[in-house]
Design a protein around this ligand. Sequence first.
Ligand SMILES: [Fe+2]
Ligand SMILES: [Fe+2]
Length: 292
Amino acid sequence: MAQPAEEEQAGVLRPMHTPIAIGSEQHKHLFCAVLLDTFDPYRPAVIDWPKLAPEAEARLRSLPFWGVAVETEENAGIRMQALADRTSDPLIREALALNAFEERRHREVLGHMMRFYGIELSGDITVPPPRHARWAFLRTGYGECFDSFFAFGLFDMARRANFFPPELVAVFEPVIQEEARHNLFFVNWAAYTRAALGWWRQPGFAVQRFAALAAQAANRLSSAKAVDGNNFTRTGGTALGLDLDPRRFLALCLAENERRLAPYDPRLLRPRLMPAAARLAIRLLSRGGAPR
Ligand SMILES: [Fe+2]
Ligand SMILES: [Fe+2]
């Protein structure tokens, strides 16, 4: 629960809140309303892409993660829509459909940007619809929690280093902020869904969540180790020419994660796994005396 001082820092005025029970109808209304009410109606087709200096444009073109980014957004949109189509609760369905729309819009933003700056992808990206909608959504949700935690830090580092001109940073700001909203929605959806199941079905859901989390963690670890570095954070940081001192980078990710989630109702659950893992890693790195 955010302290009053944090609420002031976030510059957001909030009424005094009464606590809510996680898994209650009130909880459902709150986590759906937070997503639906904070929708940003920007339109990718009318984005005024800034003209870049030739070197900046060449650097942008040479970044290695556009293919992964497009595929990830495409996948997320299809999986979220699949769960929306199979959800009977109208409010949750509406929120899931908005989440899916925003992922498709991220894909569109990338498409417009790539056309404008002449970035080409090798090969077609086709993503089949998932066979098991809830399983696929859980994997996507945990995947977004991993990826965006690091993306928040990378984005801020790139902004501070003036790697991209401010006009381009401004275009991607709502895209990055939307991922914070999605993570918030996901962890609350998962807690609500668990509570709404009868007690006899909760263990099965817990196993499914844990398996999805483990599958995504294994996927990210193996891609981090891959020789071709098919991993957004690692290749992204190197390609951006940023100083990825592990402790400082994790501390920045933590701070950015907190800042991006601060404007939303403090009664909602926050993603906890990545912040806890980052804090633990910082402690272990400090003990090991890794260079600052
Ligand atoms: Fe996205
Ligand atoms: Fe997302």
